[in-house]
Ligand binder design. Structure first.
Ligand code: ATP
Length: 356
């Protein structure tokens, strides 16, 4: 299997290196036959070729079996006409990786706020409130005059239906509950259409319990008792914010893995950004990208029917859990003084010694 590795900006190169250490160990142990090729995106690519996303990268991504996508510092990019392309958005729309799957689970040995939880946010990520991905031409945000800015939100029945299907299918493999998060009381047409599409899909899954919650109430419910939720289905912007909240409640953004997927392809991408405040110091927590990589292995295991990949995915997650529960290895975001590298080395050790 060919994995395209895109280290990205800020802490990206550090956590990517650590994740590769773990993937290489998984490859050795489970004979996965992984082959890695690396390409520059973000500031490294901007310097070398004048754009944060050289044309050849999406082409190589389409040809690869899996993608390891590091975080990007889009906020600091120059305007698009000077080469600043939002790589994350371009991957989601260009490769149609419409489902952003973001688990939040409490882990033994990691302090967390509130109740124990094990939930997954299934977030639509190709349209919605994001101006750089909701128009065929131009962007969905504009300024009629310097003191007025307007923004357009796009919700389609097609995108809402397909994300709902991902959520209900996932719930069938978990605790069979889907909570749809919306704001249809105010966004009567857009969130109303989203809800209508989800309800239609829910009808095909009588074995899955479906409920609905308004987004602001959902924020309160997550803080109060996140343990009651299983799969949360929502549109782009709501999902972006709620997933940071859920991950922090579960123990921290540094633990938050994710994939962007469609039926055939997926990119492993941590939930957090490029954390420029700690970049280059070797102290970033690599767990989020390691868990994202584990989700990618699980995805490949399921879609290509490769038991060794599914086993490797579980083993990587267990190695993370064991490292956090049984050792004192902690990066500073979790109150420890491990480096990115020593933490990854401990995960490799746990992976090599975990029975399967
Ligand atoms: P960006 O603009 O790229 O989104 P950001 O700093 O605004 O970057 P995040 O990167 O998501 O947003 O970071 C939010 C906070 O969480 C920062 O203080 C950052 O240092 C911290 N953080 C995020 N990821 C990690 C990580 N893997 N390890 C340690 N701390 C992290």
């Amino acid at each position: 299997m060919n994995i395209l590795v895109l280290p990205g900006d800020g802490i990206g190169p550090e956590i990517t290196r650590a994740t590769l250490q773990v993937l290489e160990a998984a490859d050795r142990r489970f004979a996965l036959g992984l082959r890695f090729e690396t390409a520059d995106i973000g500031f490294a690519a901007l310097e070398a070729s004048g754009t944060t996303l050289p044309d050849e990268v999406p082409k190589r991504a389409r040809a690869a079996d899996g993608i390891l996508l590091g975080p990007i510092d889009h906020m600091a990019y120059p305007p698009r006409d000077q080469g600043g392309v939002n790589v994350s958005a371009a991957f989601r729309t260009g490769l149609d990786l419409f489902a952003n799957i973001r688990p939040a689970r409490t882990r033994p040995g990691v302090p967390h706020r509130g109740s124990d939880m094990d939930l997954v946010i299934v977030r639509e990520c190709t349209e919605g409130m994001y101006p750089d991905r909701n128009m065929a031409r131009g962007i969905g945000e504009f300024m009629p005059d310097p003191d007025m800015a307007l923004s357009v939100r796009k919700i389609t029945r097609r995108a809402s239906t397909r994300i709902a299907r991902v959520a209900f299918e996932l719930a069938r493999r978990r605790r069979r509950r889907v909570t749809t998060v919306h704001k249809a009381n105010n966004f009567v047409m857009t969130d109303g259409l989203f809800l209508e599409a989800v309800r239609a899909v829910a009808g095909d899954y009588p074995d899955v319990e479906a409920s609905e919650i308004i987004v602001d109430a959902m924020a309160a419910h997550l803080v109060r008792d996140a343990g009651r939720f299983d799969v949360i289905c929502t549109s782009n912007f709501h999902g972006d914010i709620l997933s940071d909240l859920a991950s922090e409640l579960a123990g921290g953004l540094g633990l938050a893995g994710a994939i962007n997927a469609n039926d055939e392809r997926c990119a492993a991408q941590a939930q957090h950004g490029s954390a420029p405040d700690i970049a280059g110091r070797g102290i970033a927590n690599p767990t989020s990208l390691i868990l994202s990589a584990s989700m990618m292995l699980a995805f490949l295991g399921e879609k290509r029917r490769l038991a060794s990949y599914s086993t490797a995915a579980r083993a990587v997650e267990t190695a993370i859990d064991r490292t956090l529960a049984e050792t004192h290895e902690r990066t500073p975001d979790l109150g420890g003084n491990s480096t990115t590298e020593t933490f990854a080395t401990a995960v490799v050790r746990a992976l090599e010694s975990t029975p399967t």
